[in-house]
Write a protein that binds this ligand. Sequence first.
Ligand SMILES: [Ca+2]
Ligand SMILES: [Ca+2]
Length: 141
Amino acid sequence: MKTRILSVLSLAIIFAVVFSACDKESTDTFSESEPNDSFSTANALTINDTYDCEINPIAEQDFFKITASGDVTITVDGGTGLEVRVHLFDQEQIDFWADDAGERGATLSHTVSASDYDGFFYVRVESAYGNDTGTYTIKYE
Ligand SMILES: [Ca+2]
Ligand SMILES: [Ca+2]
């Protein structure tokens, strides 16, 4: 009887560990890793995590890679003094969507359809104005 209880307990612990490893509901904050100015150096993003980033010096670009399936919503939040411009590229590096946040400090949010890409896609962030520098955050869910 004691052995049976022990084995049930062990199973319960194993299940708890396995399920918590699969679950990704936590939200962490990371910083971008430069250089990330090209497709080959794109920073890989993880779902629900926020990345603190910066456009500096002027005309710098940041590339990110999102590996996913299904619809994905991207949010890029420009800090004071930076209007973010976002381009999306599919797995073949073909540009399939682009937009500006609309004004400095504004947030741009866009839902990428599952039919827009296959396996992964890239996000490129830059300043909408040629002479601005500033911080922003990026995340997807
Ligand atoms: Ca940067
Ligand atoms: Ca960069």
